[in-house]
Ligand binder design. Structure first.
Ligand code: NAI
Length: 298
């Protein structure tokens, strides 16, 4: 296996002042990438800001001989997103890699979520990923090269208590991935999505201390760094990573069956086949569903 290097590559990592983003930034810089360390430096629930978060990671990269610049914008506005990508272009001439990682939490059970709790979480995770991806896509399209990682969550894909706002916002990242890959295909822009599990301030109160040591963000970073390398040619995939466990999840579609002139009773009668997913496979495009509908369309 040849060593995976990033010499000449420019990476933007949002929320890289701590946790997972910091681990990605350090590893990419170590392997030769020029890095934009974006971080608003606010609290876990999204309030406040502090330039120290990004600065400290930039200092650490520089102290090890790497090349990095800070950016303090919030991902959650179009202006912020543009400025994050402008920081990469102004300092390093382009952007090859974008890791949409910035995140906050406002956990509450469904009946307790306020409009502000919902808006803010969606603004950072969902809108924020779009706000940074759009200007990055423009530069990547021009250069016919791009590697993007979106960060989803097991809470959204599989479910968790007290995270309706977060779960909804995080699964939106899957939609962004599909769109980026469909529109980016001819420009060699590839996007994958990660569902990480790691010890960080976002998870410090939901994980017992003994688990924390085993869930270092550094254990997730190798997969992310591989995915944003030139070596990786796969796109449109969802990966789980944590504690040294790596696996793929997928949204799949089963051929099912065609019931012409279906009635409520015939649905009931065929429920086992309709709800079965034993032959399900991931689809590459919404139009792929037509292959299963063809008998009904004749
Ligand atoms: P973290 O809290 O250590 O890091 C998130 C960083 O994002 C912080 O440094 C924060 O200042 C920054 N940030 C927050 N809002 C921002 C904004 N508007 N603009 C720019 N930066 C902003 O958390 P962690 O665990 O490293 O999370 C990274 C990503 O992974 C998040 O998207 C999170 O939702 C996701 N995730 C984490 C899991 C875990 O087990 N740690 C599980 C599933 C998903």
């Amino acid at each position: 296996m040849s060593e995976i290097k990033f010499d000449g590559r420019v990476a933007v990592i949002t929320g890289a002042g701590a946790g997972l983003g910091k681990a990605y930034a350090l590893e990419l810089a170590k392997r030769g990438a020029k890095v934009v360390v974006n971080d608003l430096g606010g609290t876990r629930d999204g309030s406040g800001s502090d330039s120290k978060a990004a600065d400290l990671v930039v200092d650490e990269i520089k102290a090890s001989g790497g090349n990095a610049v800070p950016n303090y914008d919030s991902v959650s506005t179009m202006e912020g997103g543009k400025n994050i990508i402008k920081t990469a272009v102004d300092n390093f001439g382009k952007v090859d890699i974008l890791i949409n990682n910035a995140g906050i939490l406002r956990d509450k059970s469904i009946l307790k979520i306020s409009e502000q709790d919902w808006d803010l979480v969606v603004a950072v995770h969902e809108k924020g990923a779009f706000c940074v991806t759009q200007p990055a896509f423009a530069v990547m399209k021009e250069n016919k090269y791009g590697r993007i990682i979106n960060t989803t969550s097991g809470s959204g894909i599989y479910g968790n208590f007290g995270q309706t706002n977060y779960a909804m916002a995080k699964t939106a990242l899957l939609g962004l991935m599909h769109s980026v890959n469909t529109e980016g295909l001819k420009y060699n822009i590839k996007c994958n999505t990660l569902a990480p599990v790691a010890a960080s301030r976002l998870t410090e109160d939901v994980m017992p201390p003994e688990m924390f040591e085993k869930l270092k963000p550094e254990f997730v970073a190798p997969l992310v760094v591989y995915l944003v390398s030139e070596t990786n040619q796969d796109a449109n995939m969802i990966f789980n990573a944590g504690a040294g466990w790596f696996s793929r999840s997928a949204i799949v579609c089963d051929p099912g069956l065609v019931l012409k002139d279906a009635t409520v009773e015939s649905i009931q009668e065929n429920w086992k086949t309709i709800s079965d997913i034993s032959e399900a496979k991931p689809l590459g495009h919404v139009n792929d569903t037509f292959q299963f509908m063809s008998a009904a369309l004749q």
